[in-house]
Design a protein around this ligand. Structure first.
Ligand SMILES: NC(=O)C1=CN([C@@H]2O[C@H](COP(=O)(O)OP(=O)(O)OC[C@H]3O[C@@H](n4cnc5c(N)ncnc54)[C@H](OP(=O)(O)O)[C@@H]3O)[C@@H](O)[C@H]2O)C=CC1
Ligand SMILES: Nc1nc(=O)c2c([nH]1)NC[C@@H]1CN(c3ccc(C(=O)N[C@@H](CCC(=O)O)C(=O)O)cc3)C=[N+]21
Length: 282
């Protein structure tokens, strides 16, 4: 048996085309601003891909670049200007930040109504409380992939590997909200392989290339690989050993071409949602 490949790149392209049509019908252009501090190399690709996708879909998109030596006060002042700018609907502060800046302070400074990353504690709290708000892009993208693949969520046993604020936790909240039976595993979990083998839906978000082996996967399971790891030879690899897993799973996302492009499409979706919530026009 060989797994169905869930083509995130194609799903993302369709999602972006739908967003572009909705943006074209608005009397204004939704505004997105990415704030980048310093030169984290992994962030470069992401920021460029995002800018291109945003412009193609008709968004007013720009990146503000502060030097690696910028102080926390300088970053907070930049965010305050964007919070006050009525043309700006979405603000994303690119992570990681240099060590002199507290990540929590930067996240908390963004107006929750413009927090298109969904990282602000108010939006994280809304998600945990089952209230509407801005949801982190990567987990939102995973939910789109599961929907497109026709995966039945109600009552399904889902395992989320990873408990970060930006991926694992919000992922688990969304699956719980969709009536999955959710387990969250992490670096202190006792028997990861056994936890994985119980899962009908397995979401890997750990940042360890090839950690999830083929014999950890239940036959027919749906495997979503969020991991994006740069190997020494320059290639990208997921958290799942793809060839082994694809021989056992029912469906699986590749890396690249899986969750990554969905993150960018959902950033645009969040920006459009934020723009409509702020200005009307739905
Ligand atoms: N596709 C996309 O668009 C995106 C992809 N990513 C990728 O997803 C991956 C995860 O990102 P992120 O959540 O930010 O990472 P973090 O490093 O913030 O979190 C990793 C999580 O995995 C757990 N973990 C680490 N090692 C192990 C292990 N050996 N066994 C079990 N659990 C482990 C950690 O446990 P503990 O809490 O105990 O430390 C932690 O909860 C990365 O590869 C990242 O590049 C991230 C964002 C977007
Ligand atoms: N505030 C903030 N929000 C983020 O959402 C955020 C961030 N900071 N910091 C960095 C991570 C990482 N991330 C990626 C998104 C898309 C791809 C992506 O499109 N990947 C392509 C491949 C790109 C390539 O070829 O390198 C793919 O998987 O097919 C990758 C990585 C968002 N992040």
């Amino acid at each position: 048996m060989t797994a169905r490949i869930l083509d995130g790149k194609a799903i993302a392209a369709r999602l972006r085309a739908g967003l572009a049509a909705r943006v074209a019908a608005l009397p204004f252009r939704p505004g997105l601003r990415v704030v980048r501090v310093g030169e984290d190399p992994a962030s470069g690709v992401y920021v460029r891909n995002k800018d291109k996708a945003a412009r193609e879909a008709g968004f007013d998109s720009a990146t503000l670049h502060l030097p690696a030596s910028a102080t926390e006060a300088e970053l907070l002042a930049t965010i305050a200007v964007l919070n006050a700018d009525p043309a700006v609907d979405g603000i994303l502060v690119q992570l990681p930040l240099p060590p002199q800046i507290r990540t929590e302070a930067a996240i908390a400074a963004v107006d929750p109504a413009k927090d298109v990353d969904g990282f602000h504690p108010l939006n994280a709290g809304r998600l945990a409380a089952g209230q509407p708000g801005l949801v982190p892009c990567t987990p939102r993208g995973v939910m789109h992939i599961l929907a497109e693949a026709g995966v039945a969520l109600r009552g399904a046993r889902a395992l989320v590997l990873g408990r970060s604020q930006i991926v694992g936790r919000p992922m688990a909240q969304l699956l719980l909200g969709a009536d999955c039976t959710v387990t969250i595993a992490h670096s202190r979990s006792r028997d990861l392989a056994a936890e994985c083998r119980r899962a009908e839906i397995l979401i890997a978000a750990v940042g360890r290339p090839g950690l999830v082996r083929g014999d950890w996967i239940a036959p027919g399971a749906v495997v979503v690989d969020v991991g994006i790891n740069r190997l020494p030879d320059g290639r990208l690899a997921g958290d799942v050993a793809f060839e082994e897993a694809a021989a056992v799973a029912g469906a699986i996302t590749p890396v690249p071409g899986g969750v990554g492009p969905m993150t960018i499409a959902c950033l645009l979706e969040n920006t459009l949602d934020a723009a409509i919530a702020r200005r009307g026009g739905a």
